[in-house]
Ligand binder design. Structure first.
Ligand SMILES: [Fe+2]
Ligand SMILES: [Fe+2]
Length: 399
């Protein structure tokens, strides 16, 4: 939910190409017209045998790969012992973890139907706009295969086999396993609530996983861990706010569900920010430049390629509702950035190269700039018409 700050609403820019030479890099619908004309020129029999290949509804056409100088891979190799001692210790043993079932009616108990009835009574009191945001959050969590893939694109830390024993790989798999509980819990809760169109939601998840994501981290673990630091904090903020709203609406059990997920996100944020803190210690110049690079490109949200088969601006619509409800706002984006600048003591970095100093200045001045731009955008913003969301049977919600 990056509002106006995500690359889908601002043209992609890429530092390896001059902006005038880059072809259109916004995510585009697949060229279906081309396919149709190919088919019409063949005989009916040929046409039958020419099966239309599957193409995702959202594609990112120009991407930068392997931007980290290969010699820096050694840094991540040399940090394996440190990661074992400092990062793997932030994982919780499975036996001590909560599981979705701890927060859901027990299907094996006699009281199951009563518990479901009670859950549905509570759910009736929650407004549609809240459900739109909760569904969007759940869909984002459910696209987890994409995020594990993303981590495994990163040079020097990827899981080379699928069961690699390096601390980086152990972290990625266990992180994924912890995260898997988030989508699972929200999905089951929403299914039982009876308030949402599960088939439309399931279609959106399938489309989203099929489209993937492009966080523009370029196989570069500096960029990758800065991105995940930002994202874990962003999801902590989102789930924390849906918990707060559920409490205000009188649904303590739903508040607990969102709150327990937010707590996981916080622990994950601690891990990723610690990795980046270590990179600042070893390579302050490279790390501050990576931070500035990521912020110049803007942090795109993981579900930025979201589509339900119908609404071409689904992600923007969902983001607008999240912004209006105060679940995730442009102000949060600026706050997260400011938090990270403080967390990594960016202002205090010394001995930087001229490029490093430029990057330092850029990120330190960015939060107030974002806030000013946002205030101006808010002042100009006109209220649009309410939009039907397929996730809630086309009931309309104000943006
Ligand atoms: Fe999560
Ligand atoms: Fe997370």
């Amino acid at each position: 939910m990056a509002l106006n700050l995500n690359p889908i609403s601002t043209p992609f820019q890429c530092r390896k190409f001059s902006s005038s030479s880059i072809p259109q890099m916004r995510s585009l619908r697949s060229p279906k017209v081309f396919m149709a004309s190919t088919l019409s020129s063949s005989s009916p029999k040929e046409a039958e045998s020419l099966k239309k290949p599957f193409s995702p509804p959202r594609e990112v056409h120009v991407q930068v790969t392997h931007s980290m100088p290969p010699e820096k891979i050694e840094i991540f190799k040399s940090l394996e012992g440190w990661a074992e001692q400092n990062i793997l210790t932030l994982l919780k043993p499975v036996e001590k973890c909560w599981q979705p079932q701890d927060f859901l009616p027990d299907p094996a108990s006699d009281g199951f139907y009563d518990q479901v009835k009670e859950l549905r009574e509570r759910a009736k009191e929650i407004p549609d706009d809240y459900y739109v945001v909760l569904v969007g959050d759940m869909i984002t969590e459910e696209a987890l295969p994409t995020y594990q893939t993303m981590l495994n694109t990163l040079d020097g830390v990827r899981d080379e086999t699928g069961a690699s024993p390096t601390p980086w790989s152990i972290w990625t798999r266990a992180w994924t396993a912890e995260e898997n509980r988030h989508g699972d819990l929200l999905n089951k809760y929403l299914y039982l609530s009876g308030r949402v169109d599960m088939k439309s939601i399931e279609k959106t998840i399938q489309y989203l996983i099929g489209s993937g994501m492009d966080p523009r981290t370029e196989n570069n673990p500096y960029l990758g861990f800065i991105y995940t630091s930002f994202q874990e904090r962003a999801t902590f903020v989102c789930h924390g706010n849906t918990a707060r709203l559920a409490k205000e609406l009188g649904d303590i059990k739903l508040a607990q569900i969102c709150g327990i997920i937010a707590a996981d996100e916080k622990r994950h944020e601690t891990a990723y920010t610690k990795i980046v803190e270590k990179l600042y210690e070893i390579d302050p110049d490279g790390t501050v430049q990576a931070f500035a690079d990521m912020m110049r490109k803007k942090i795109s949200m993981p579900a930025h390629l979201m589509y339900d088969g119908r609404d071409d601006s689904l992600f923007d619509h969902f983001s607008a509702v999240a912004q209006r409800l105060g679940v995730y706002t442009a102000r949060d984006y600026a706050d997260i950035l400011e938090f990270l600048v403080g967390r990594w003591k960016v202002k205090e970095l010394t001995g930087l190269s001229p490029e490093g100093r430029k990057a330092q200045e850029y990120v330190c001045h960015l939060p107030p700039r974002i806030r000013r731009l946002e205030e101006r955008a808010q002042a100009r913003a006109k209220q649009g018409p309410p939009i039907p969301f397929s996730w809630i049977y086309d009931r309309q919600v104000k943006l």
